[in-house]
Design a protein around this ligand. Structure first.
Ligand SMILES: Cc1cc2nc3c(=O)[nH]c(=O)nc-3n(C[C@H](O)[C@H](O)[C@H](O)COP(=O)(O)O)c2cc1C
Length: 334
């Protein structure tokens, strides 16, 4: 996820695993020609977890070249972004904008398939301003010979608002032969089991909820094994921030680098797992240095009473909607 899941963050999250595959932020492919060294740098693999490198663009030749470079540099999967909802992406005709241009999309998919050795996937939204063509677009992906498809069932116009419509994942799964990965609103480990059951999808992809509760993968594995899922504490959050700081600094040793910005980004997600966190969040965001932030995090998260944390594997009653279905305790729009 752009701006929030760089290699350092992926490394720390995967250490709480198990995670089957991690994905890079999108790599924008634009201009006259690709930069091979830049693309090769994006293939920052963890020793034990396969890596999917996502590219975003709409020029078939450039995208095909870029896909080949990252595949040859060791990416386990090359993924095509068909979901980015930003105004800039829409203006440039990339990301979700390609969903309303089936011919262009088919050309792009076919050219990439012809050039990328190894696994090639796509991740699409339900559509641009309508979901009506979700299946048509999913079929374009399959017909071009891609290996699997991830579906985030919101339209571009929704951005991150509202609820992901899992029925669209179920529809795509029913109709396609290639594996389908479901994505969107898996806020609790138990929601992943619900998604498997309700959609029949082959795998689940977790984005924001993993930043909010980095232990969600472990909890899911425990739930599936019939074991008691781990219950993270405030101390875990404080220790997590410390590990993130170390990993960020270790991977970005350039002069003048500070991990403070990326740490605050992570804090924005972590604080969403804490009820009534507005004041605490504001105070932490005021810290100017990593050391001050970590010290304050130790003091504040370390003493959080259990009832203020919403990181259990199943939704608490106060985090559920009227039908008992787990929902984000607070709207997460980005
Ligand atoms: C800050 C942010 C950055 C994102 N960047 C990407 C990206 O680079 N590529 C992509 O395919 N999706 C990206 N997404 C979308 C997520 O991968 C995911 O599809 C969406 O958040 C819904 O899933 P979730 O409920 O598990 O987060 C991003 C989302 C957010 C909030």
């Amino acid at each position: 996820m752009e701006g929030v899941t760089n290699a350092a963050v992926r490394e720390v999250l995967a250490s709480y695993g198990p995670i089957g595959l991690v994905c890079t932020e999108f790599v924008r492919i634009a201009g006259e020609k690709i930069s091979k060294p830049y693309l090769q740098r994006q293939v920052d693999r963890l020793p034990d977890v396969p890596l999917s490198v996502q590219v975003m663009g709409n020029d078939p030749e450039l995208m095909a070249q870029a896909g080949r470079v990252v595949a040859e540099a060791g990416a386990d999967v090359v993924d095509l972004n068909l979901g980015c909802p930003t105004a800039n992406a829409a203006r440039k005709g990339v990301g979700a904008a390609l969903l309303k241009e089936p011919e262009r999309l088919a050309r792009l998919l076919g050219t990439m398939r012809g050039s990328v050795p190894g696994l090639l996937s796509a991740k699409l939204r339900a559509g641009f301003d309508t979901s009506d063509d979700a299946l048509r677009n999913a079929r374009l992906v399959e017909d071009a010979g891609l290996d699997y498809l991830a579906v985030h069932p919101r339209r571009r116009v929704d951005h991150y608002r509202g609820v992901a419509d899992w029925r669209i994942i179920a529809l795509v799964k029913r109709e396609l032969r290639i594996p389908v990965i479901g994505n969107g609103d898996v806020w609790y480990a138990s929601s992943a089991l619900d998604m498997f059951e309700q959609t029949g999808c082959d795998a689940v992809m977790i984005g924001r909820p993993a930043l909010r509760n980095p232990w969600i993968f472990r909890q899911l594995a425990e739930l599936r094994a019939g074991r008691e899922p781990y219950a993270p504490s405030g101390l875990d959050i404080a220790a997590h921030l410390r590990r993130l700081a170390e990993a960020l600094v270790a991977r970005e040793p350039g002069p003048g680098y500070s991990a403070i910005g990326p740490l605050k980004e992570q804090l924005n997600y972590l604080c969403r797992a804490v009820s009534d966190s507005a004041q605490l969040h504001r105070e932490l965001l005021r810290k100017q240095s990593v050391a001050d932030l970590l010290e304050a995090a130790d003091e504040t998260f370390g003493v959080l009473p259990e009832h203020r944390l919403d990181m259990s594997a199943t939704p608490r009653p106060w985090a559920s909607n009227a039908s008992g279905v787990g929902v984000a305790p607070r709207a997460l729009e980005r």
